[in-house]
Ligand binder design. Structure first.
Ligand code: DC
Length: 212
């Protein structure tokens, strides 16, 4: 069983993916971490973020790597990942790895931007997570503060909006909901309520299939 979760920056899809995977005993892949790791490898190698040749190399080498969330989850690395992820060769280099992960039994939850549209168009369940811009900025700012950072919420909001625009506007695999995705608006939901709503969606799909 494959569950695809997509959505814009700071929509809560990562936490939701992790919790949903734990609920069903499935594997979980936060695909944003892969693009962040490619960006980090480029920066560490002293290459510009639009260097497609080195970016592709970094993407191919990453396959078996373990991702260090602590180092990858910063705002700056998210922004860098958004730039790198628009490069077609980087995306192409990462497709097989994600598809192999999705095929792991007994099931997998993948979250990102193009899981339901490009990586796993045949996913059993697709959820597109949204939340208002203000709420997403509030959550991201709280997360950064909890990590001991000084935070300007206006700047966080501007960063999120810039990233969404880039992720939606790129030519290859832009951020968008698949036609058969279930929309989940978490603006007024805490994480427990969002997980319950997602489980309800998965169960409704399973029940529908059982009757069909
Ligand atoms: O989900 P995140 O914030 O960790 O993602 C960081 C960036 O990586 C995001 O701005 C766009 C890119 N990304 C992508 O293009 N496709 C994915 N499946 C996941 C992330």
């Amino acid at each position: 069983m494959i569950i695809a979760i997509d959505g814009p920056a700071a929509s809560g899809k990562g936490t939701l993916g992790k919790r949903l995977a734990a609920h069903y005993g499935f594997h979980h892949l936060d695909t944003g971490l892969i693009y962040r790791a490619v960006a980090r490898a480029l920066l560490e190698g002293g290459h510009p973020l639009d260097d497609e040749v080195h970016a592709e190399q970094a993407a191919r080498r990453l396959e078996a790597a373990r991702f260090d969330e602590g180092a990858l989850k910063s705002q700056a690395m998210g922004e860098a990942a958004s730039v790198v992820s628009a490069l077609p060769k980087v995306r192409a280099a990462l497709v097989d790895f994600q598809r192999r992960f999705a095929g792991r039994p007994p099931g997998a939850v993948l979250d990102g931007r193009d899981i339901g549209t490009v990586i796993c168009p045949q996913a059993d369940v697709k959820i597109f997570v949204i939340a208002s811009e203000q709420e997403r900025a509030r959550r991201r700012a709280a997360e950064l503060r909890a990590g001991g950072n000084m935070v300007d919420e206006e700047a966080v909001l501007a960063d999120i909006l810039r990233r969404d625009e880039r992720d939606r506007g790129r030519a290859v695999a832009p951020l968008r909901a698949a036609a058969d995705a279930h929309l989940l608006d978490t603006t007024h939901l805490d994480i427990d309520a969002a997980v319950r709503a997602a489980v309800d969606i998965v169960e409704a799909v399973r029940a529908g299939r059982g009757h069909g």
